[in-house]
Design a protein around this ligand. Structure first.
Ligand code: SF4
Length: 491
């Protein structure tokens, strides 16, 4: 191969052997992983750092954590693949000082240290805060459905179970009828069914009978427990609707809050709820705890619209902006809708399209909210009545804290681009993390384990973002400056 760059001979001895460190450049991201784990107080986070007094010494949690952080940073989530990489990947060999735990040990570490690993993710968010990366005053909240280790065919709602039972019963009836017909034909001196066919029928029948028993037992368990869904592989996974194109996944709903300036995930939570309504204030308050601003602005899509949640945000000092979903349909029918009635706080009345004042009549609780009622006696003689109401008069309902909702809508009217900022801020991290996860999202089962996996993904995402923003050398310097304990000599 004369004329081309040539490598060193494989058998050639080196006079001055190279060190492992020579293979890992100064700006290699693996050094960030090392420095980050180094700065953590693992015992305070809940990892077991004391060596066992008896038996074979275990691997230090710092080592195991390094393997996982590196793995998630490089899209290697499987414990078996991590074991392999520990033996052939120079960066991992450098990171682990040539130790190679087996896949079982690697898998057990993730399973047994879930709460501590989740705290590690938060530690990195706090590091970002120390680096003045969380100074933005706007965050976007969103949820996305991630697939669980559970096939659609192994997940049932009560309705689906009832349908399945009906189908199985119909199948049993069909096979039974066929057997009865064959018996009758044989009794009348006709040709008996071939033996092979009879055996096939009997096999199918016994399979269906078994399936019917299992389905009925499952249905009875659900009816007794009040559960509306059951997933056979991962019992915590839930059937969730997503978009029109991908209508249903069996999985988890991951809520996240992303800052609008650096696009870092400042808070996240894995939930079993298939909807976002009810998650706004919790997520916004979680973000408020780590963001440096005193005046946090949280933006979310209309799936988060909830009167109580918006009130909770305002009471927590968070300015929330969520568009109101239009559920009335009056406007589409060419009738006056709520927006055509203007409230006057001073007189506590609504001005209707005919210029009449709808006055306060009484208040009552509806779905836990105190609602005030307004109407005018002028409706029966009003020329606009056909476009307004089919009842005797048009009645307006007003929540006792409606002013909170009006301020939210005013903010959207004042800044129509705010929803675009929401989309640009929060949807990208989800897309990126899902691309890293591949076709199957989570690899573990049960909520607590899936939450650990998500924490590692979020940590990896944030780390990559910060490496991009600060650059590896600056990030390394910052991490080393905050290094607390010395590396234990145990490994
Ligand atoms: S029907 Fe009543 S509320 Fe509606 S426009 Fe006429 S007066 Fe106003």
């Amino acid at each position: 191969m004369a004329g081309f760059v040539e490598g060193a001979g494989r058998q050639q001895a080196m006079l001055f052997p190279e060190t492992l460190d020579d293979y890992v450049g100064e700006a290699n991201p693996v050094r960030v992983v090392d420095a980050f784990v180094e700065m953590l107080d693992l015992a305070a986070l809940g990892f077991r750092t004391a060596a066992k007094e008896t038996g074979r010494p275990g691997y230090h949690p710092g080592l195991m954590l390094r393997i996982y952080v590196y793995g998630y940073l490089n899209r290697i989530q499987s414990s078996r693949r991590l074991e392999t990489e520990c033996g052939r990947n120079l960066e991992l060999i450098w990171l682990t000082s040539r130790l190679q735990p087996d896949f079982k040990t690697i898998a057990n570490f993730r399973k047994e240290n879930g709460p501590a690993i989740r705290k590690v993710c938060r530690q990195f968010v706090l590091f970002c805060r120390d680096m003045s990366l969380l100074d933005a005053d706007t965050v976007a909240v969103d949820g996305s459905r991630f697939k669980a280790v559970n096939a659609k065919s192994k997940s049932f709602t009560l309705e689906k179970l009832r349908r399945k039972t009906k189908d199985i019963d119909a199948g049993i009836a069909r096979y039974m009828a066929e057997l009865v017909r064959a018996d009758a034909a044989e009794a009348e001196g006709g040709q008996p069914l071939p033996k092979g066919r009879l055996e096939r029928l009997a096999r199918k029948l016994s399979f269906l009978v078994r399936e019917a028993e299992e389905t009925r037992a499952m249905q009875a368990r659900m009816e007794a427990s009040g559960e509306t869904q059951v997933s056979l592989t991962d019992p915590d996974a839930r059937s969730m609707t997503t978009t029109a194109r991908h209508p249903r996944v069996i999985g988890y709903n991951v809520q996240s809050v992303v800052d609008a300036e650096h696009h870092l995930i400042v808070a996240h939570e894995v939930t079993m709820q298939g909807f976002d309504r009810g998650a706004l204030s919790g997520m916004a308050i979680a973000a408020q705890e780590v963001m440096t601003t005193d005046d946090l602005h949280a933006v979310a899509d209309k799936g988060y619209y909830s009167s109580e949640q918006l009130l909770a945000c305002e009471r927590a000092g968070i300015t929330a902006t969520v568009p109101k979903p239009n559920t009335s349909g009056a406007g589409a029918r060419g009738q006056y809708d709520r927006a055509d009635f203007v409230y006057d706080a001073e007189s506590d009345t609504y001005a209707c399209p005919a210029g009449k004042a709808l006055t306060y009549r009484y208040a009552r609780a509806e779905d836990g909210l105190q609602m005030r009622r307004y109407w005018t006696n002028a409706c029966p003689g009003c020329p606009l009545k056909s476009m307004c109401t089919t009842g005797t008069e048009r009645r307006m309902r007003r929540w006792e804290h409606e002013d909170v909702l009006e301020r939210v809508q005013q903010r959207i009217a004042d800044d129509p681009l705010i929803m675009r900022i929401r989309r640009q801020t929060v949807e990208h991290p989800f897309g990126t993390i899902k691309a890293w996860m591949g076709a199957t999202h989570f690899t573990m089962k049960r909520l607590k384990n899936v939450a650990t996996e998500m924490a590692l993904h979020v940590l990896a995402y944030n780390m990559k973002r910060v490496m991009k923003i600060l650059g590896v050398p600056a990030m390394l310097a910052a991490l080393q400056a905050s290094t607390a304990p010395a590396r234990p000599a145990a490994w």
